[in-house]
Design a binder for this molecule. Structure first.
Ligand code: IMP
Ligand code: MG
Length: 178
C-alpha cells in the first residue's frame, strides 16, 4: 500500500474544520427559510461520512432528519461510469432535501441522484459537496454549495478513499502510487 506520509497535503485538518464552519453558515442562511422539521439531510456513502458528521453538527439543528444512501462509481482511481445505489430512504415528498457528498468529479453521481430524488417531489432540493473538480465534469452539474474547488488530482482522506485505503486520514492529501 502507498505510504500516505509521502502524499502532498492539500488541506490540513484545521483548514477543513474552518471551511466546514463557514460552509455551514452559508447553508444555514438558505435553510432558515424553512421549518427545521421539514429538512432532510441525505448523505451519499461512504465518502461523505466525515463531512456529513461535521456539517450536521455545525448546522446545529436537532430537528433535521438524516438519511444515508450507498452510492459507488469508483474502482481504484478510475470512475467506472456506472452508479450503483442502495436506497431505503424516508418519504421526501414536500420536504426540503439537502443532498451531501464528499466530492463532485464527473458529476454523474449528483446528476443521477438529483433526477432520482426529483421524481419523489421534494419541496426543494439543495446540493452540497466539500470538494469539486470542475475540470473533470462529463455531465452538466453545479452544486449549490462547495467547500473547495480543486484541480484534477485524485485525493484521499477526510472520508475519501482509494479502494478503501486512506479514508480515515484527518487531512486531505493528493494520492500517489508507489
Ligand atoms: P462522480 O460521479 O464522477 O462525480 O464521482 C463522485 C464520486 O466519486 C465521489 O462521491 C467519490 O466517492 C468518488 N471520487 C471522485 N473523485 C475522487 C477522488 O479524488 N478521491 C476519492 N474519491 C473520488
Ligand atoms: Mg462518494
Amino acid at each position: 500500500m502507498s505510504d500516505y506520509k509521502n502524499f502532498k497535503i492539500l488541506f490540513t485538518e484545521q483548514q477543513i474544520a474552518l471551511r466546514v464552519q463557514e460552509l455551514a453558515g452559508e447553508i444555514r442562511l438558505k435553510l432558515e427559510k424553512f421549518n427545521p422539521d421539514e429538512i432532510v439531510v441525505v448523505g451519499l456513502l461512504k465518502g461523505v461520512i466525515f463531512f456529513l458528521v461535521d456539517l450536521i453538527r455545525a448546522l446545529g439543528s436537532p430537528d433535521y432528519h438524516v438519511e444515508l444512501i450507498t452510492v459507488s462509481s469508483y474502482q481504484g482511481q478510475h470512475s467506472s461510469g456506472k452508479i450503483k445505489m442502495t436506497d431505503k430512504m424516508c418519504n421526501i415528498r414536500d420536504k426540503v432535501v439537502l443532498l451531501v457528498d464528499d466530492i463532485v468529479d464527473t458529476g454523474r453521481t449528483f446528476a443521477s441522484f438529483v433526477n432520482h430524488l426529483k421524481m419523489r417531489e421534494p419541496k426543494e432540493l439543495i446540493t452540497a459537496a466539500f470538494l469539486d473538480k470542475p475540470s473533470r465534469r462529463e455531465v452538466e452539474f453545479t452544486p449549490d454549495f462547495v467547500g473547495y474547488s480543486i484541480p484534477d488530482h485524485f485525493v484521499v482522506g477526510y472520508g475519501l478513499d482509494c479502494d478503501e485505503s486512506h479514508r480515515s486520514l484527518a487531512d486531505i492529501r493528493i494520492y500517489e502510487k508507489d
